[in-house]
Design a protein around this ligand. Structure first.
Ligand SMILES: [Fe+2]
Length: 323
């Protein structure tokens, strides 16, 4: 149970987007390795990772509030959080209903909103982790993979949504609702300019990351998907690159959370991230406050981001020559 709260969260179940270029967004989601699932509503395009975590996307329509992303343009409409049981949903409805919208829809999903106006929903978790044989590594003197070749991946098959990152004006302020009302825990901080939070004491290092953005306002920044290992990060990234999708940053490795990553620019109003080997924590994890230095983003990376938002390094250089 989340400390001091009667809510038991499991992670991000679904992220709903509205986009200006729906066909491009659908092509990107398929190329990313998600499975397309036909929906009862033909205007809603649904894509699933292996464990059932979902991305839903519709065409943005500024005349319809439910199809207008926060920050405008293409972006985030709603984050659906998983809870362990009906008791958690009922407790959330009662607590959130004290001072904000808390309405169940016909599917039993509870819809509400945070203090910044980000639409949130809650449903009993439908995600089901699918077992696979984890990659083995041969450390010197401690071989774990004998007489077997290492795995290689032509395309990625994301296992699950890992976390969502949102750009805001004041990350510490944005985090307050999640800490005080939902009982999320802070896993690490960049001073108060970036706050990494997890929704339950044990599991992912973070499920949501608020960061002070370069541009004012609240806006989707990126969505991360876990893949099996670093080889799948690279295999999936090379596949995306071969199809003409542009790298945002990577491949590289995060200083905070230890994950190996590759980010791509997307038609969803932010980037998507392949991630592998993220830290897994328990309630014994000790949060740190990291200095917000320029390169805190990664321990190492190819194609370091420059302040003007373009990239430098071997990947972007080769891409620029191609185009
Ligand atoms: Fe991330």
């Amino acid at each position: 149970m989340t400390k001091g709260k009667p809510f038991r969260f499991t992670g991000v179940e679904c992220v709903r987007f509205a986009v200006e270029e729906l066909a491009d967004a659908c092509r990107f989601a398929s190329d990313w390795g998600l499975s397309y699932v036909p929906c009862a509503d033909p205007e809603v395009k649904l894509f699933r990772a292996v464990d059932g975590s979902e991305v839903q996307v519709v065409a943005a329509d500024p005349s319809r509030i439910e199809r207008t992303p926060i920050g405008g343009g293409s972006g985030l409409c709603e984050i659906v959080w998983g809870v362990e049981d009906q008791a958690s949903l009922a407790a959330l409805a009662q607590d959130l209903g004290r001072d904000r919208r808390a309405e169940f829809d016909s599917d039993g999903t509870l819809h509400s909103v945070d203090d910044l106006g980000i639409n949130l929903a809650f449903r009993v978790a439908q995600r089901k982790p699918m077992h696979f044989e984890a990659t083995r590594y041969n450390a010197p003197g401690q071989p774990q993979r004998i007489n077997r070749r290492a795995p290689a991946y032509k395309v990625a098959m994301p296992r699950e949504i890992s976390h969502i990152a949102i750009g805001v004006d004041d990350a510490a302020e944005a985090a307050r609702f999640y800490i005080e009302r939902l009982g999320f825990l802070v896993s690490d901080r960049y001073a108060n300019r970036g706050v990494f939070m997890r929704c339950s004491p044990s599991g992912n290092h973070h499920h949501v990351f608020f960061m002070n953005a370069r541009v004012p306002g609240t806006r989707f920044n990126h969505l991360a998907f876990k893949v099996r290992d670093i080889h799948e990060v690279i295999g999936g990234g090379q596949h995306l690159d071969s199809l003409g999708w542009r790298t945002f940053a990577g491949p590289g490795r995060h200083t905070i959370s230890s994950a190996c990553f590759w980010y791509f620019q997307t038609p969803f109003g932010g980037s998507w991230e392949y991630a592998a080997d993220e830290d897994i924590v328990t309630d014994e994890w000790e949060a740190q406050d990291f200095a917000a230095i320029a390169h805190i983003f990664s321990e190492w990376t190819f194609g370091l981001e420059k302040s003007d938002g373009t990239l430098k390094g071997p990947i972007s250089a080769s891409k620029e020559q191609k185009r």
